[in-house]
Design a protein around this ligand. Structure first.
Ligand SMILES: [Zn+2]
Length: 375
């Protein structure tokens, strides 16, 4: 622990390191904002059946209504992982979203517990902060045992072991702040508009979230095991209330992304684990296809990589990952040189810029590269 709190801190601490993006927002993307809606369970997996209410049916009806609302916006494209009572493997759900290059992944579920626990909670991926979060993830993850080839598709994964998840969270970490932003907005709607009991935004190791390469949340709309809540969720009013709340949070999120040209979402977690590198250590110079760049900004809009857009810095390169464009300054195989580039970027006002490393075109942790070099 924990990047979660770092990200939260970064979200709360907006304004401290306001990057300046002097461009207009008229570089419209041709592609639509794509939302993948994932109704939990289905087919021979009913999900939880608290008080006889069926999670898979409630989740599907909510999701279809969320989709119907979103589809009214011509700039939003909706993709469903299932539109009927069919069984879809967890890893396939993520694959659908990745292949669609979706901007958001939203999974909808209903909770259960052997107590009178009730209320709504929305999860982002991460290490289980406590036993209760782990239990929720374990229950949802156990679906894999109903899949035909789970040993092959989830090799080495043990749902009973929280540690099994460590090391698997890297992809979602990139999108943690965006995921938290959407999760907060969903919870706000549930509690503000609908007066549902708020269990908050939480973090746990859901396989279905681990598979996706975009901001992703898992919504637990309430406990079927708590009869008043189960009856509500099973009613058409309950489902339509939940759907409206989730849809409006997604629309708000999209609006926020559209309006904030790189704004709120350009705060990324820096790698603080860098070992000290001595100036005299010539072995720091890299071989084996490792290059360094300085990440100066990130955001949802595609900006021309002209130096005048980046306070005179040149060369600037741009790469798109998921729905986020990242902007890099410089490129060198020399770690000392990239540290100088970073200092230049900082001097120009990119105070939260940080060094990233690439190996054979893939982004790798700087600490791992520098470690291996100094050995
Ligand atoms: Zn579920």
């Amino acid at each position: 622990m924990n990047r979660f709190f770092s990200a939260l801190f970064l979200i709360l601490g907006l304004g401290l390191f306001q990057p300046v993006f002097p461009f207009s927002k008229n570089q419209s993307k041709n592609d639509k904002f794509t939302v993948v809606l994932d109704a939990g369970h289905g087919g021979h997996d009913p999900g939880n059946m608290g008080n006889g209410f069926k999670e898979k049916d409630i989740a599907l009806k909510i999701v279809l209504q969320v989709g119907a609302i979103l589809e009214q916006d011509p700039n939003i494209k909706v993709i469903y992982t299932r539109k009927d009572d069919s069984f879809v493997d967890l890893y396939v759900r993520g694959k659908i979203a990745n292949e669609a290059k979706a901007d958001l992944f939203v999974s909808v579920h209903c909770n259960s517990h052997n107590s009178s626990a009730h209320g709504t909670e929305t999860f982002v991926l991460g290490l289980h902060a406590n036993e209760r979060n782990f239990e929720v993830a374990k229950k949802e993850n156990s679906v894999i045992y109903l899949e035909d080839d789970y040993e092959v598709n989830y090799a080495g994964y043990d749902i009973n072991s929280p540690e099994s998840f460590i090391g698997l969270t890297i992809m979602q970490e990139e999108f943690l702040d965006q995921s938290i932003s959407l999760a907060k907005s969903i919870q706000d709607n549930f509690t503000g508009r609908l007066k549902r009991v708020d269990r908050g935004v939480k973090q746990a190791g859901f396989i279905v979230l681990h598979q996706t390469f975009m901001p992703s949340v898992l919504v637990e709309t309430g406990f079927l095991t708590y009869k008043p809540e189960g009856s509500y969720l099973n009613s058409s009013k309950g489902k339509s209330d939940m759907a409206t709340s989730i849809a409006s949070a997604i629309i708000k999120y999209k609006k926020h992304v559209d309006e904030n040209v790189g704004g709120d979402f350009s705060y990324e977690v820096e790698d603080h684990s860098l070992p000290p590198v001595s100036n005299k250590n010539t072995s720091v110079e890299t071989a084996a296809g490792v290059t360094f760049r300085v990440q100066i900004a990130a955001g949802s809009n595609s900006i021309e990589t002209k130096s005048y857009n980046f306070k005179g810095l040149s060369p600037i390169s741009r790469e798109k990952e998921g729905s986020v464009y990242r902007y890099y300054y410089g490129e060198t195989v020399n770690y000392e040189a990239v540290k100088q580039l970073q200092q230049e970027a900082i001097n120009k006002g990119y105070r939260s810029s940080f060094i990233v490393a690439f190996k054979s075109g893939e982004k790798v942790k700087v600490s791992s590269v520098v470690n291996s070099l100094s050995n």
